[in-house]
Design a protein around this ligand. Sequence first.
Ligand code: PEP
Ligand code: MG
Length: 330
Amino acid sequence: LAEKVAEDRDQPAETEDGIRVSLQVNAGLNVDHGHERWGHYEGIGLYRTEIPFMMRERFPTEQEQHELYRQTLQTHRDVPVVMRTLDIGGDKPLSYFPIKEENPFLGWRGIRMTLDHPEIFLVQVRAMLRANIGLDNLQILLPMVTTLDEVDEASRLINQAYFEVRNELAQEDRVLHIQRPKVGVMVEVPALLYQLDAVGRKVDFFSVGTNDLTQYLLAVDRNNSRVAGLYDAYNPALLHALQHIATRCAEIQKPVSVCGEMAGDPGGALLLVAMGYRTLSMSTHNLDKIRWILRHVDSKVLQVLLTQALSCSHPDQVRRLVTMKLEALG
Ligand code: PEP
Ligand code: MG
């Protein structure tokens, strides 16, 4: 199978009847090297900026962040790079910024923390905007958004950072053009499911984080082995939620991608493409497999699979269905 998979490495992911799916990469630190070995990819769909923060003993300065982001934007200059603003809290601690809470997953995470510390947010966004000068492949993604107010406040700060950087450049008499990047929101808190229209009017794109969406929709700690059996992306409730997001985003004509682990799972990818998702972002080690599978199905097969999956009442039924389909593909 490895050989078969390797044959299609430099081809785009396109089903037998011509549905194009953009395959992108989730990255943290490994992003600046080795992309020659990834095969065909069309962007960095999720750059987790908290990872370089977690590797240090203090907050990186604006200049340090600028150099890091510049390197990544430059390495992947021909494709979009979606940089997520700092997403710490929950399962992602910073040793030099301890957060003690009874319920960290329901607590001060992602955008909630950075909006309470606008100085951290502004420094990061300024570093991103400066890194993007002359390249223009940056997109900014906001994690753990729950309310419209958070989107408004984050947009206001991104604007502020934009004008600060622009004025500084003007004062230095540098005729560099600074672009306003596209801004998107993660769909990972279930409340977002019912605010796609309102949030969609304020942002350029959505990216579905199935890791946290599964955790919050099913109320299961994603790292607790006692309830690990309940944490299941094939749960029909989650499938219906994902179908709702895809349908609503198509209706409001807002681009939407999936960047949770489900996008890199063979069965998950089939179901997501069947639902209408056309951009999947995954770990590099899943790229070849997903590309090959998508190149060997057609939309009729996908539609039948999805209809059957959505009528299941148990995750194991869904798992059996997709396993059968994958075995039939070889
Ligand atoms: C997610 O929640 O699905 C996601 C992609 O983000 P993370 O795993 O970094 O929380
Ligand atoms: Mg998440």
